[in-house]
Write a protein that binds this ligand. Structure first.
Ligand SMILES: C[S@@+](CC[C@H](N)C(=O)[O-])C[C@H]1O[C@@H](n2cnc3c(N)ncnc32)[C@H](O)[C@@H]1O
Length: 412
């Protein structure tokens, strides 16, 4: 078949870019091979409550009576206490009890206006999860809330075995969530350029059972130095003030078909990020915002005061009269109502997603979707462009990964 000129109308035979088809075909979960060593993560964040009652070293989430929460690491041997307005909780009172047990404080809780109360405080001792951890973790930075975390993990197609790259680590909320998605065989490489924060995150990950090789924290400025990885990542997530500066590095670190996400609170950041993604011929670019609207289910007090409708005989004689009476009787009101909470979290940030350039697949049809220019593939006979997994890294190393990046627009 004669080679088709690139970028002409009518060249596409299928509605999806071929690069997309190629990617989706090979992006299923990795099957388990017999005898394959699979790491086990069963402490800290991954503690299974079915593995027995609470013991020394466990991370425990405390759910107090007024819905406030906190956490502790059980240290009964040190006679440690957790003190707060609900009283002093002795760590020894937790050990040997099942997760979800109700634990009472040893001292009375603090009453109104700081006065001592006669009552003891209590809490439920819960087994940690990334969602609960996000509620209680010590904030060193702004963190990503659970509603955004869920959408990011979904859009990045994270599952067991995936290699995901994150920058910056911050307080580790997002890294914890991603680790749960890709465990036991996956990896989370997380980068932070603030040395103190990077060290704190490393210590905390260790305390929480997020250890290597599952979570690999590094101290590095990804905008200046890149990720130090080539074609390794299945997904890349950026929560940085200037994500566009790390996009070239992300493209280098990602595998063919790598999913990409960037989290930015301001629309100006999104504009610059998207501009850069377009310049680098990324596919399926989209920006969304997650808005959570929570409802409270309350008893409908109107329903209680309203009398039940009177039953009217509906025979032929009374038909017209009955219909009139029935029409005048109001329908019974539902006993419960769903009412939106008056104060709710509004905008958190914009989430931008895309797939890093399909041009890597050497598939001549992929860029036709937007009729964009292609790297020069003339040395390959049509239809013989190797997919990365067939070509192997050696062949791919010198391959063009897209047209040269146009110069950055002048800064205003
Ligand atoms: C908003 S926080 C990330 C919060 C994190 N996603 C979480 O959920 O806990 C942004 C972090 O990126 C780090 N950072 C900023 N620029 C960076 C860069 N060029 N390389 C690595 N980390 C960077 C900051 O130090 C900060 O800790």
């Amino acid at each position: 078949m004669a080679a088709r000129p690139h970028g002409m109308d009518g060249d596409r035979e299928d509605p999806l870019p071929a690069g997309f088809i190629c990617v989706s075909k090979k992006h299923g979960p990795k099957p388990y091979v017999e005898g394959e060593p699979v790491p086990v993560y069963n402490t800290g964040m991954f503690r299974n409550p079915c593995d027995g009652p609470m013991r020394s070293g466990d991370l425990v989430i405390l759910y107090f009576e007024d819905e406030s929460m906190d956490y502790l690491y059980l240290r009964p041997e040190n006679f440690a206490k957790h003190s707060g307005k609900f009283g002093d909780f002795d760590h020894r009172d937790f050990v040997g009890k099942e997760f979800t047990s109700k634990i009472y404080s040893r001292t009375p809780k603090v009453g109104r206006r700081g006065r001592q109360s006669d009552e003891k405080g209590w809490c439920y001792a819960l087994c940690p999860t990334p969602e609960l951890w996000t509620e209680v973790l010590p904030h060193r930075t702004q963190i990503i809330q659970t509603s955004d975390q869920a959408v990011i993990c979904f859009q990045l197609s994270l599952w067991d075995g995936k290699v995901v790259v994150e920058a910056g680590t911050g307080s580790g909320a997002m890294a914890t969530s991603m680790a749960r998605c890709v465990m036991p065989r996956g990896r989370v490489h997380t980068f932070e350029f603030n040395e103190v924060r990077a060290q704190k995150a490393r210590d905390e990950f260790e305390m929480n059972g997020l250890v290597e090789p599952l979570v690999i924290p590094r101290h590095r400025d990804v905008c200046a130095e890149g990720f130090g990885m080539t074609k390794e990542a299945d997904a890349i997530f950026l929560d940085l003030p200037q994500p566009w500066l790390a996009i070239d590095h992300a493209i280098e670190a990602g595998k063919h078909g790598c999913r990409f996400s960037s989290y930015s609170p301001c629309i100006e950041q999104v504009q610059r990020t998207v501009q850069k993604l377009r310049e680098r011929h990324c596919d399926h670019i989209k920006t969304i915002e997650v808005r959570e609207r929570e409802f409270e289910v309350v008893r409908n007090t109107m329903a209680e005061v309203q009398s039940a409708p009177t039953k009217v005989k509906n025979d032929e004689e009374h038909a017209s009269k009955a219909r009139k009476v029935e029409d005048s009787v109001p329908w019974p009101l539902p006993p419960y109502m769903a009412v939106p909470y008056p104060e709710q979290r509004g905008h958190t940030a914009y989430l931008t997603f895309c797939t890093l350039p399909y041009a890597w697949a050497y598939d001549e049809r992929a860029p036709y979707a937007d009729r964009r220019p292609l790297p020069d593939l003339s040395e390959y006979p049509e239809g013989t462009y190797p997919a990365p997994e067939e070509a192997g890294d050696a062949e791919m190393a010198d391959a063009p990964i897209g047209p040269p990046i146009p110069p950055a627009p002048p800064s205003s």
